[in-house]
Ligand binder design. Structure first.
Ligand SMILES: [Zn+2]
Length: 472
């Protein structure tokens, strides 16, 4: 039954060698990275002032703070349209709530690019509007959906360039923290290029041309069960608007007498330096994804799989697996213990696959990075066929041997999760013809070995008689 496991094992040395080389390359990069971090630390220590955490994007010369809220889509451009959700309407509800909340803060002027869901406004016109009112920041509000409805979580898109990159990143950090407090899964702060090497999102591109920092907020995915509960009522959308406004207030260190809050001392943002790029797009698939069997539990029909994945550019965010050799995959699952804002995900972890009846699983795993790019693992095969009551397969008369098999299972179960229980599956009192044949074969083998040993021993004795052992 398990013969197919052997060819799989023969493949391993080759895979191990390649992995070794990949790891060596990875170690080199780690060393380089460590050196860079060390250099940065020393440099930071030497010029502490320029890295102060209280760095603020310079406001207008008149000191007036102008915020522009851009509700995504509108008019004929509906945005995401899914299962009764219409994005342009959702964005407007959030924008109105954000506007009302922001208006409660002192020393701030807030505009909206448009206030009707029927307004057809081009992206260029929105950026032009922001420039015309001397905006200090534009916040573009959206909801997301993905092909095959597989993604979930909240993210912020920013320009890839200059001050707009840095300030987008700083605001994005605050916004991600706010979304985390609401209970959302975080997809982080990201940038994306078009094929001309400019910012992919028009609103970020045009604002960058005007020198206006901008952030495109994708609150969550309206087409995924994990997120729907966060956006399926008006109260939810208003909560997003209030949360967005609070992030803005924290970012600019605002205070509000009517709300009784003061964020002027807010220090939840990362320290930054002018002229540096903080968010960079990952345009390549994860570099490594390998799996191996951690344990097999036939009784519970579970296979433990250890997955190892690495990406030099961005952390792992999701994984997905197949037990039919890659024909169908599970929905995306959160990569455990990823800290997206720290840019960290564990290289390896173990998870369990519940295998359905009458299947010998052929397992493949996809490791998905922060930019939704994935790498597929090696294929694991050669597992036994999983059945809900293993006793019935191996014992021909389950009624008679019920007690025995019960005992057998209870004996085996504590170790069953960690050991291959193949030898245990054949009950001792199996009286079938097949078992009898096996017994005969075993006896014959024993007899043959005994004969062979005797023959060898006698041959040796004969040789010793003929040739006396050599002496030094
Ligand atoms: Zn949208």
């Amino acid at each position: 039954m398990n013969n197919s496991r052997f060819p799989e094992n023969f493949m391993l040395p080759e895979a191990g060698f390649l992995d070794c080389i990949r790891r060596m390359m990875f170690m080199k990069k780690i060393k380089l990275f460590a050196a860079a971090v060390l250099f940065l630390c020393v440099f930071m220590g030497a010029s502490e002032d320029s890295f102060a955490g209280s760095f603020r994007y310079p406001l207008d010369e008149d000191g007036e703070l102008v915020i522009v809220i851009d509700p995504g889509h509108g008019g004929k451009n509906l945005g995401a349209d899914y299962n009764g959700f219409l994005e342009k309407e959702m964005n407007m509800t959030v924008a109105n709530a954000m506007y009302e909340e922001l208006a409660k803060y002192d020393g701030i002027t807030v505009y909206m690019t448009h206030t009707s869901v029927d307004a057809d406004m081009s992206i260029q016109e929105r950026a032009d509007f922001a420039a015309s009112v001397n905006a200090d920041f534009l916040f573009c509000l959206h909801f997301n959906m993905s092909p095959d409805n597989k993604l979930f979580g909240s993210e912020v898109w920013v320009s890839a360039f200059g001050d707009q990159n840095r300030e987008g990143y700083r605001f994005g950090c605050v916004q991600m923290e706010t979304m985390k407090e609401m209970g959302l899964f975080l997809r982080g702060v990201k940038t994306r290029f078009n094929d001309k090497g400019s910012d992919y999102y028009g609103i970020l591109r045009f604002c960058e041309e005007y020198g206006i920092p901008a952030a495109l907020i994708e609150h969550c995915h309206i087409d995924h069960d994990t997120d729907v509960g966060f956006c399926d009522s008006e109260e939810d959308l208003i909560a997003f608007g209030v949360a967005d406004a609070t992030s803005v207030a924290k970012y600019f260190g605002l205070r509000s007498e009517s709300l009784g809050v003061d964020y002027s001392g807010y220090d939840g943002m990362p320290a930054v330096n002018a002229g540096e790029v903080y968010v960079q797009a990952d345009t390549t698939d994860p570099d490594i994804c390998m799996i191996e069997e951690a344990y097999l539990d036939l009784e519970r029909q579970i296979v433990g799989i250890t997955v190892t994945a690495q990406d030099y550019d961005s952390p792992m965010l999701y994984y997905s697996y197949s037990y039919d050799g890659g024909v169908t995959y599970t929905p995306y699952l959160a990569w455990p213990e990823t800290d997206i804002m720290a840019g960290f995900s564990p290289d390896t972890f173990t998870f369990e696959i519940q295998v359905p009846d009458n299947i010998s699983p052929a397992i493949v795993v996809r490791a998905v990075n922060q930019y939704d790019r994935y790498r597929e693992s090696n294929l694991l095969t050669g597992f036994p066929v999983f059945v809900s009551t293993p006793e019935e397969i191996f014992s021909p008369e389950p009624d008679i041997f019920d007690d025995v098999s019960g005992q057998d299972v209870s004996d085996g179960s504590p170790a069953a999760g960690f050991k291959r229980p193949e030898q245990k599956e054949t009950p001792e009192r199996d009286t079938s013809f097949f078992a009898f044949l096996k017994l005969c074969l075993f006896a014959a083998t024993l007899l043959f070995i005994a004969l062979l040993i005797t023959n060898l021993l006698t041959a040796k004795k004969r040789r010793q008689k003929r040739k006396p052992p050599r002496r030094r």
